[in-house]
Design a protein around this ligand. Structure first.
Ligand code: S3P
Length: 173
């Protein structure tokens, strides 16, 4: 069996971390989350990084985290929603991996994130408009990168994780 990484991409609130952890458990693989990895390395949370270094500082740290995490084998990696923006990151993500896009409507993203305080990009007057803009800009990139797409609206994380794990096993990834 190959030792590719399974990488989850998709917008904020698509369930990458929750589903990623469940898929990793099912497949007996290590799970990593690039945002948590950045927080562990810096010792501060994502909002603090945005406050001090701005989005550009965060994006640099994100690229550095992806450089390290994509060197792994046989893991499951949940990425940040904006990690697909830099072409450098896209190359890293595509290296030794099978990429799964968790496709989620803006309504569902809103439902899951409406009280969220940990996403600096959503601390605005109109988070729905922000999510719409981000998704229309990023969806074509997610689609282009994806080896497999799963719609996550109104689905239980456990059920989706079971489906994804089964798919991965069938593909011998
Ligand atoms: C971001 C998504 C976040 C996090 C940061 C920026 C984005 O990750 O990386 O707040 O640009 O969409 P999640 O997708 O895990 O929420």
């Amino acid at each position: 069996m190959s030792a590719k990484n399974i990488i989850l991409i998709g917008p904020m609130g698509s369930g990458k971390s929750t589903i990623g952890q469940l898929v990793a458990n099912r497949l007996n693989r290590e799970f990593y989350d690039s945002d948590r990895y950045i927080e562990q390395k810096t010792g501060v949370d994502i909002p603090c990084i945005f406050d001090i270094e701005g989005e550009s500082g965060f994006r640099l740290r994100e690229t550095n985290a992806l450089k390290e995490l994509t060197l792994l084998n046989n893991s499951v990696l949940a990425t940040g929603g904006g990690s697909v923006l830099r072409s450098e990151n896209r190359k890293l993500l595509q290296g030794n991996s099978y990429i799964i896009f968790l496709d989620t409507s803006v309504n569902e993203q809103m439902r899951r994130l409406q009280r969220d305080k940990k996403r600096p990009l959503l601390q605005t007057e109109n988070p729905r408009e922000r999510l719409e803009n981000l998704f229309s800009q990023r969806k074509p990139i997610y689609q282009q990168l994806a080896d497999y797409t799963v719609r996550t609206d109104r689905c239980q994380a456990r059920k989706l994780a079971a489906e994804i794990a089964q798919h991965i096993q069938q593909q011998l990834i």
